[in-house]
Design a protein around this ligand. Structure first.
Ligand SMILES: Cc1cc2nc3c(=O)[nH]c(=O)nc-3n(C[C@H](O)[C@H](O)[C@H](O)COP(=O)(O)O)c2cc1C
Length: 377
């Protein structure tokens, strides 16, 4: 006879036999009024498969498969707040009602699996108007549906067109545009709002002295370069008191003279005061030839440092591929969750696999339960 598993929950000390937390990775996490069933989260991943910014069956299958696989949070891909904020002509948006309705089909399905879904509100800045990565040419011309790009300064990212520098008035208006998209995101049923301020897209371009040469109140000093992001956070936070608000940051440009982890820690302190709940800690993307020491968990140290020094919740991301690795990251005590991208492309049911690896008996969707190797009770 197989004996039921009995473990001590590391968070509340309870003795558990089935269906409740045993590892840190599969312990619940509550942020504001939202409880995530576990801390094995899916990182946002562009699919380049929307039409006029409207998501479809591909997105339902892509994001739905992660919910079926017992992720604690599914974060939808970079979603543009305005048409010229798209990375590619195939990126989704939230600037009109048709987009809201299409997203609703996705959020309804994910919720039916008892899973939370977040959206990453984004503006591509100077890294916009591309074709899909699998196209035979990189940049979308007018005949492809391409568009002119904007940025803090008229400095091109290698391989992209030179953007137009935003006027001060246009900068002043960006928080309103993000807030309007946040309203639509809530109408579409999203549980978490994440502001994309990483990877060399618009808000990161303002943060980094390597891409921001402005001489108005949005450029120059640290306070000026963070001004736009702080205003965007304020506007989005004002949309809802109860919705968890995350910000994805590139902790470093990995380049001398660029944005640094010290800057990120300072910024995280400010964002904490502005009502941000969690820093989703990534890195890079603003400098084409930066030398990045990519390897297992290579960005974890940044998430840990932010958590330790600022006291805000963080998640780690970047080459996290096994349950054991994720559990060790959480055991450090400064990181509250992990996000997984490419390992989840390879196996959309990655959380199920990680639970099995850790010896956890988690709730599965009933349709998935015959895949269970460990006994339920
Ligand atoms: C296909 C693909 C699309 C991505 N799209 C986004 C995106 O929309 N927003 C974002 O912040 N990061 C994006 N990323 C980065 C991932 O979210 C993640 O941070 C990165 O891949 C490192 O995690 P991993 O090693 O688990 O893949 C993407 C990554 C991949 C592989």
């Amino acid at each position: 006879m197989v004996m039921p598993l009995k473990r001590i929950c590391p968070y509340d000390g309870s003795l558990t036999t089935t269906g409740v937390c045993v590892s840190r990775l599969f312990s619940p996490l509550t942020i504001r009024s939202t409880t995530f069933a576990n801390r094995a989260w899916i990182s946002p991943m562009c699919q380049y498969s929307a039409v006029d910014g409207v998501v479809g069956a591909w997105h339902l299958a892509h994001l739905g498969s992660f919910a079926i696989g017992s992720a604690g949070l599914v974060m939808a891909e970079a979603t543009a707040v305005t048409p010229e904020g798209r990375i590619s002509i195939g990126c989704p948006g939230l600037w009109n009602d048709a987009q809201v309705d299409a997203w609703r089909a996705v959020t309804d399905f994910v919720h039916a699996q008892d899973t939370q879904i977040g959206i990453q509100l984004a503006h591509a800045g100077r890294k916009g108007s591309s074709m899909q990565p699998w196209s035979d040419h990189a940049i979308a011309g007018p005949e492809d549906g391409g568009f002119g790009t904007v940025a803090p300064s008229a400095m091109a990212f290698p391989g992209y067109p030179t953007p137009r520098a935003l006027t001060t008035d246009e900068c002043d208006d960006i928080p309103r545009i993000f807030a309007a998209a946040a309203v639509r995101a809530l109408e579409a049923g999203f549980d978490v709002l994440e502001i994309h301020a990483a990877h060399g897209y618009l808000l990161h371009e303002f943060l980094s002295p390597l891409s921001n040469e402005r001489d108005d109140q949005y450029g120059g000093s640290f306070e000026n370069r963070i001004r736009l992001l702080v205003a965007v956070v304020g506007a989005v936070r004002a949309v809802s008191d109860t919705t968890p608000l995350f910000v994805r940051l590139s902790a470093t440009d990995w380049t001398d003279g660029g944005w640094t982890i010290d800057d990120t820690v300072e910024l995280a302190r400010v964002l904490t005061q502005c009502g941000v709940d969690l820093i989703d800690t990534s890195s890079g993307g603003n400098v084409a030839n930066a030398v990045i020491p990519v390897g297992p968990g290579y960005q974890v140290e940044f998430a840990e440092r932010i958590g330790r020094e600022v006291g805000i919740a963080t998640n780690a991301v970047g080459m996290i591929t096994t349950g054991t690795q994720a559990e060790e990251i959480l055991a450090g005590g400064h990181v509250q969750a992990v996000m997984v991208a490419r390992a989840a492309i390879r196996n959309p049911h990655w959380p199920m696999m990680a639970a099995e690896e850790l010896g956890d008996v988690i709730e599965l969707r009933p349709q998935m339960s015959r895949a269970r190797l460990l006994p339920k009770a």
